[in-house]
Structure formats: structure tokens, C-alpha cells
Design a protein around this ligand. Structure first.
Ligand code: GLU
Length: 277
């Protein structure tokens, strides 16, 4: 089987050294394995994605010396596929309409959201709000039966808590996640598992901040009959004060380093040094 990994940025801002670390790690793993590293643009959220950020990321990646096979998959061009998967999950009773906002849920339960539970207006009718569609862990557990306890994934990274080797998937740590957003229709977890399967991704290299998300994604793969890739969650880059070099407000983007006269080799060296620290 061809080793195939991917870099899947969301063009909601300019790329930072943390992104560069992910893509360089993925590209190196693909090169070592004689495979390929695809580029996927995760732009389902039209309210936050901007053409300038997408153009900027191609420019930054080329500057870093990264190349990728064409055509690039842009999620905004495949919304119908995600919607069809959501409809399938609805038909199988695996998602439910949730009318509460996140804030209301936190106030009401201070815990995982409960199925159903529409907000009623004064006349007893569901309030005129679009629902979010949440994955029902209860329904999933019921439908999977004994398979629920066999949900697992192989982790080859070495996270801060030493999570390496076979991991038991514990989707309950994320609760009933939203799969259909009320604002844009589809949510990240659903689109990402569909595209990892569609693109034949065998290995996923990404930051450890997405380790918890993997537990939910493995369940979704199982429910949708999709394969589970091997995961490698890498440590997050920290600056000299121990703060994350990520999309944090005000943190320096790759283009800012470039404007300050850094070369791609300088950025690579900085990343290599931070990754070792
Ligand atoms: N699009 C996500 C992000 O930019 C990454 C998703 C993934 O690697 O699974 O944070």
C-alpha cells in the first residue's frame, strides 16, 4: 500500500511555524517511506476562510520548499458529499437535533449534552432556530454493541503523556460532538474523516492538539465503514518562554519571518531547535 499522508490547513489565517513543523514532518515521513504528502484545503467555514489566506499558504509552502500533487482537494467543492454522509447518519438515528447553544448547554448540564431537548418558546413550540446536529454516543454505543470496546487506533507519535502504540478510542472524552453546524451545515470531524478515506490517507501527521479529536474520528470512521489510518501526533512547538508557537493572536506568521529577512533554511533551523527543546 502506498504511504500517503496529508497536510490539511484551514485558510482562516496565515501559516505559522507550527504549521510548518506539521507539513515538514509529514513531507519527510512521506519521502522516507517512498510515498506522498497531499495538500488539502479545509475551507468549509466560509465565514472564517479568506482567499488571501489560501493564496498565502501556497506561497508559504513553496517558500519552504514543499511541493504537492495536483489537484488539491478543497473541501468547499465537496459539501454535497459531507451533507450526504450527515443524512445517512440521521437516517440511522446516530445524530440528533440540538437547539441549545453551547453556552446554554453548559449552563443547563455542566456536562455532556443530552439528546433531544429542544428549546421551547413560550407557546410550547420549538424555538425558531436552526438546530446543530450532534453525534449521539448513546445511539452509537447501542448500535456498535461489543465493537464499541474494540475501537482503537495506532499512535506512532510520542505525546506528552507517552501515548504510543495501540490506543483505545474514548469518544466520550469529547461528548456528543457537532457534525452538522447550524451556521455552515457541516463540521470538521465529519469532513475530515470522509476526506482522509477519499484520499486514501494511510498515515496522519498532525499536532498533539488534535489527539483528543482522533478518538471521535475513529468512532466516525467505524460508523461510516471507513478505514482508520495510523496516527502520529507530534509535540507542539514552543517559544523560548514555553508558549505555543501556533495561531495565537499576535504570534508571528511565516510571512512575517520572511519580511524580516529570514530564509526558509532559517525557519527550518528554528523549528528543528524548538522541536528538540
Ligand atoms: N484543518 C485543521 C487545522 O487547520 C487540521 C485538521 C487535521 O489535520 O486533521 O487545524
Amino acid at each position: 500500500m502506498t504511504y500517503r499522508t496529508r497536510f490539511a490547513p484551514s485558510p482562516t489565517g496565515y501559516l505559522h511555524p507550527g504549521h510548518a513543523f506539521s507539513v515538514l514532518t509529514a513531507a519527510a515521513a512521506a519521502r522516507d517511506a517512498g510515498g506522498e504528502c497531499l495538500l488539502r484545503i479545509e475551507d468549509i467555514d466560509a465565514t472564517r476562510c479568506r482567499p488571501a489566506y489560501e493564496a498565502g499558504l501556497y506561497q508559504d509552502l513553496r517558500w519552504l520548499g514543499i511541493s504537492w500533487p495536483e489537484p488539491v482537494l478543497r473541501q468547499s467543492e465537496h459539501l454535497a458529499d459531507y451533507e450526504a454522509a450527515l443524512e445517512t447518519l440521521k437516517a440511522r438515528g446516530l445524530v440528533y437535533a440540538c437547539y441549545r447553544t453551547r453556552k446554554e448547554l453548559a449552563q443547563a448540564a455542566q456536562g455532556a449534552p443530552q439528546a433531544g431537548d429542544p428549546i421551547l418558546s413560550d407557546d410550547g413550540e420549538p424555538a425558531a432556530r436552526e438546530p446543530a446536529w450532534r453525534l449521539s454516543l448513546e445511539a452509537a454505543r447501542e448500535q456498535l454493541g461489543a465493537d464499541w470496546d474494540r475501537l482503537r487506533f495506532s499512535e506512532t507519535g510520542s505525546g506528552p503523556d507517552g501515548e504510543t502504540g495501540w490506543q483505545t478510542a474514548r469518544p466520550e472524552m469529547n461528548g456528543d460532538v457537532v457534525l452538522g453546524r447550524k451556521d455552515i451545515g457541516i463540521a470538521y470531524h465529519l469532513a475530515v474523516v470522509i476526506d482522509d478515506a477519499r484520499q486514501g490517507i494511510t498515515h496522519i501527521h498532525r499536532g498533539h492538539d488534535l489527539f483528543a479529536a482522533t478518538h471521535t474520528q475513529v468512532l466516525l470512521q467505524h460508523l461510516l465503514g471507513l478505514p482508520t489510518p495510523v496516527y502520529c501526533h507530534h509535540a507542539l512547538l514552543l517559544d523560548s518562554d514555553g508558549r505555543r508557537l501556533a495561531k495565537r493572536k499576535g504570534s508571528k506568521a511565516l510571512r512575517d519571518y520572511r519580511a524580516d529577512g529570514w530564509t526558509a533554511a532559517d525557519v527550518r533551523a528554528m523549528i528543528a531547535a524548538s522541536a528538540k527543546a
